[in-house]
Design a protein around this ligand. Structure first.
Ligand code: CU1
Length: 148
């Protein structure tokens, strides 16, 4: 009887823990035409973490048509992209340890995938966020609205 009670309480605690942490997967693709397949990404209200997977569905090498996925406040993204241009491929075309970057993947080339996981606690509900590719010259076409 007592043992059954313990098992019940343990199961309830496990369920609580499972509810406490929820990683929500989001997927996006980039191609050889310098385009993402999405212009908007949305995080559900009950997510505690987000894991964004970027798949480069093209064939071109990352040195010529590399893509990454970078998240920043809409007010910051153009400045980050401009500052990142000179950083080089090995720095993923981002200014090193730039605090304006909320999350980012590395740069990938055709056929490759990459992912980044981050807590939604880095975001403000209803904030104005933009995701973009920081490869030089790409953010004009490769960007979208990130909604939380
Ligand atoms: Cu790109």
């Amino acid at each position: 009887m007592i043992k059954q009670l313990f098992v019940g309480v343990a199961l309830m605690l496990a369920a609580d823990l499972a509810m406490a942490a929820k990683t929500c997967p989001l997927a996006i693709e980039g191609n050889d035409l310098m385009k993402y397949n999405l212009t908007e990404m949305k995080v559900a209200a009950d997510c505690t973490d987000v894991e964004v997977t970027l798949k480069h569905v093209g064939k071109l090498a990352k040195a010529t048509m590399g893509h990454n996925w970078v998240l920043a406040k809409t007010a910051d993204y153009a400045a980050i992209a401009n500052a990142g241009m000179g950083a080089g491929l090995d720095k993923d075309y981002l200014p090193p340890s730039d605090k304006r970057v909320i999350a980012h993947t590395k740069v990938v080339g055709g056929g490759e995938s990459t992912a980044v996981k981050f807590p939604v606690s880095k975001l403000t509900k209803g904030g104005d966020y933009t995701f973009f590719c920081s490869f030089p010259g790409h953010y004009g076409l490769m960007r979208g609205k990130f909604i939380y």
